[in-house]
Design a binder for this molecule. Structure first.
Ligand SMILES: [Zn+2]
Length: 119
């Protein structure tokens, strides 16, 4: 059975007063907050609220992020006219960030176990 929870998912976006980039400490353009869930080592569902920032310096190498950055470069502010395009790109970007975040979490969990000699 397929669980259609994706449709109920809320992504919170902030374009003003966004935090500085955790990677390079420069100004970011967008902050997204979204629900994230993944399976832990025991196969249990774990969920939490994730945050991601869009950084011109760090994220331009990713195709989806680059498209978003281009939109900001043109319009500076997101307007009602480009809201559809913006919404689609943001959804795609959050999806790519989600994959990356899960990978990092899986890796760091393995690393913790490795340090404790459980692998
Ligand atoms: Zn950065």
């Amino acid at each position: 059975m397929i669980n259609e929870q994706k449709d109920e998912e809320t992504i919170l976006l902030k374009v003003e007063d966004t935090p500085s980039c955790p990677r390079c400490d420069s100004a970011t353009l967008l902050l997204a907050q979204f629900q994230n869930s993944w399976k832990n080592r025991l196969g249990e569902d774990v969920s939490g609220l994730k945050e991601a920032v869009l950084c011109p310096g760090c994220d331009h190498g990713e195709p989806v992020a680059a498209e978003l950055l281009a939109l900001f470069a043109v319009d500076d502010q997101v307007s009602p006219e480009n809201m559809d395009v913006f919404g689609g790109l943001v959804a795609a970007w959050v999806e790519s960030v989600r994959q990356r975040t899960v990978d990092e979490e899986a890796l760091s969990a393995e690393f913790e176990l490795w340090k404790r000699g459980e692998l």
